[in-house]
Design a protein around this ligand. Structure first.
Ligand code: ATP
Ligand code: MG
Length: 569
């Protein structure tokens, strides 16, 4: 049953794996491990959900079981088919496959309804004809017991009649609810006669107008786990106080011999420099602070995908974060580290200049073009070499030249030499300026003996800096979107009295319409990841980029710029 490999075995088990292995040793659940991922289709999935997906699907796979995808679609007012479809797409993209068809809590509405009638007949549930405000006023406080509803002692027959009429649409929304009859004095407020059904007149995306009463989360969730034979129902920490109610409801329906699901809580993933509440993400989308749920700055899975993150890097991140019992905040830099590590091994190296300035090599013959050879990826022994054109006029990065450099500036400056990556050593001789004094060209000379790889003495000559370049006549224009973090504060939603949107990073997107790129890659398909040498990792946009007319998104810089900034402070 246990399918861990020797290398995985060396790692110590997390606390959920320990519980599962203990259960397996004890022969619990007929030796099965069945988990589920239960999203509510009321928004797009984010990186926190990715953590839960990796955990649930990972456990199903590791222990030879499986994982259900179950939509928790019990609130027709907020849910939508668009969300259902995006959730399926995101899970598949992350590399996971659910067991059989996707499942829906709404498929169990009939069964749940029958169980509710059974509870009514057993005196375990009653129809309360008070308003929601009244009911919540009577709940009491943590230190004070609640007050029993005047309708609490209706007879089973009366309750059954009223419940059926609720279901038949005889009562207006808000006029009554079905409540479990537990204990209004329980120290756990959730056990003070929790609501099981409320009336909602709203079309459901699957059941249409069949129902006008909808089950509450606590009533629907555990019973859905039970119906599906889930062995380990993993959820986030805030549900630990729901566990007694989860158990109480199961007690009402459990039949000996069947699998009884166990709820286990773990710490939700919190990431700094972002927000993860669906409500806040929706607000960013609706008020157009971002271009959509898949804006490359969003912490949604489709946003991370469009930004260029790989499924591997997100799975690696989830693994490194681990499974904790206490809440903590993970640094966004860890996610960036994971994608850098992944792409360093796989992304082809490309010469591109984002902020071009022209270099003219005055002693290089006019009209001559040489092909120089450069490596595709020094980290990948099988990646090989390619040829790029070199000529008299080139572009280099504006920041790689300074007319009056400070000490320790080793890149190009008057009288100073640098190597052009995979090509020659050049020396800056003079600058040409426009009428406003802006530098428009740098005139250089080159050392004809210094070509990289030629084997000459000068080809080995050491200079202090190597810079990237492209041949001006051969370069292709590409659009580059420089994305940065969406918020410039580590805890945008952690400031009392200040709205999280006050911390939006005004510089989270800069668009460069005419970056210059070597010609070899002009045919790149959408969603192809490369490293622009010395600049970072970039991806051709899923939607806006086409072969021949490329649009790149910056995934991440090569170094952790944010760590540098905070170290300086
Ligand atoms: P809400 O309930 O406010 O709509 P939610 O983020 O809890 O938002 P669900 O669709 O209920 O959304 O989440 C589906 C699953 O993902 C749940 O099992 C939930 O525990 C898990 N999940 C949600 N957010 C995180 C997170 N930040 N870290 C880990 N797991 C999470
Ligand atoms: Mg939830």
């Amino acid at each position: 049953m246990n399918t861990t490999t020797p290398s995985e075995e060396k790692k110590s088990l997390n606390f959920i794996e320990q519980i599962i292995e203990e259960d397996l040793r004890n022969g619990k659940n007929q030796g099965k491990v069945i988990t589920r991922f239960p999203p509510e289709p009321n928004g797009y999935l984010h990186i926190g959900h990715a953590k839960s997906i990796c955990l649930n699907f990972g456990l199903g796979k590791k222990y030879g079981g499986y994982t259900n995808l179950r939509f928790d679609d019990t609130n027709p007012e907020k849910e939508d088919l668009e969300y259902v479809n995006s959730i399926k797409e995101d899970i598949r993209w992350l590399g996971f496959q659910w067991h059989g068809e996707p499942l829906y809590a709404s498929d169990y509405f009939d069964q749940l309804y029958q169980w509710a009638e059974k509870m009514i007949m057993e005196g375990k549930a009653y129809v309360d004809s008070q308003s929601a405000e009244e009911i919540s006023r009577q709940r009491g406080t943590v230190t004070q017991p609640g007050i029993e509803s005047p309708y609490r002692n209706r007879t089973p027959e009366e309750n059954l009649d009223l419940f059926r009429r609720m279901r038949n649409g005889e009562f207006p929304a808000g006029s009554c609810v079905l409540r479990a009859k537990i204990d209004m004095a329980s120290p756990n407020m959730l056990l003070r006669d929790p609501i099981m059904y409320r009336i909602i007149y709203s079309e459901h995306h699957r059941t249409g107008n069949k129902w006008c009463i909808y089950p509450m989360y606590d009533w629907a969730h555990g019973q859905s786990d039970y119906i599906e034979g889930i062995t380990h129902s993993i959820c986030t920490l805030e549900f630990d106080i729901h566990r007694p109610l989860y158990e109480w409801f199961l007690d009402q329906v459990y039949e000996p011999g069947r699998i009884r699901p166990q709820q286990i809580e773990f710490a939700r993933l919190n990431l700094n420099y972002t927000v993860m509440s669906k409500r806040k993400l929706l607000e960013l989308v609706q008020n157009k602070y971002v271009s959509g749920w898949d804006d490359p700055r969003m912490p949604t899975i489709c946003g991370l995908r469009r930004r260029g993150y790989t499924p591997e890097s997100i799975r690696k991140f989830a693994e490194m974060v681990g499974v904790a019992k206490r809440d903590n905040v993970i640094d966004f830099g860890l996610l960036e580290y994971c994608v850098r590590e992944d792409l360093n091994k796989t992304a082809p190296r490309v010469m591109a200049v984002l902020d071009p300035i022209k270099v003219v090599i005055t002693n290089y013959p006019e009209g001559k073009v040489e092909m120089v050879s450069t490596e595709n990826n020094p980290e990948d022994p099988n990646a090989g070499m390619r040829e790029i054109p070199f000529s008299r006029e080139l572009y280099i990065e504006r920041a790689d030249f300074m007319e009056n450099p400070p000490k320790k500036y080793f890149r190009l400056s008057p009288g100073n030499e640098v190597r052009l990556k995979s090509a020659y050593i050049i020396k800056a001789e003079k600058v040409v300026k426009d009428s406003q004094g802006n530098i428009i060209e740098i005139h250089c000379t080159y050392d004809p003996e210094s070509r990289s790889g030629s084997g000459s003495e000068a080809s080995h000559r050491k200079v202090k800096a190597t810079i990237h370049w492209v041949s001006a006549a051969h370069a292709v224009d590409v659009e580059v979107r420089l994305y940065d973090r969406l918020f410039n504060d580590p805890t945008p939603d952690g400031h009392d009295g200040v709205d999280f949107k006050a911390f939006l990073n005004p510089n989270s997107l800069e668009i460069i319409t005419h970056a210059k790129m070597e010609p070899n890659f002009i045919g790149l398909a959408p969603e192809t990841r490369v490293q622009f040498q010395r600049l970072g990792y970039f991806v051709t946009d899923r939607y806006d980029s086409k072969p021949g007319k490329l649009v790149f998104n910056r995934i991440v810089t090569l170094k952790d710029e944010w760590a540098k900034i905070s170290n300086k402070e």
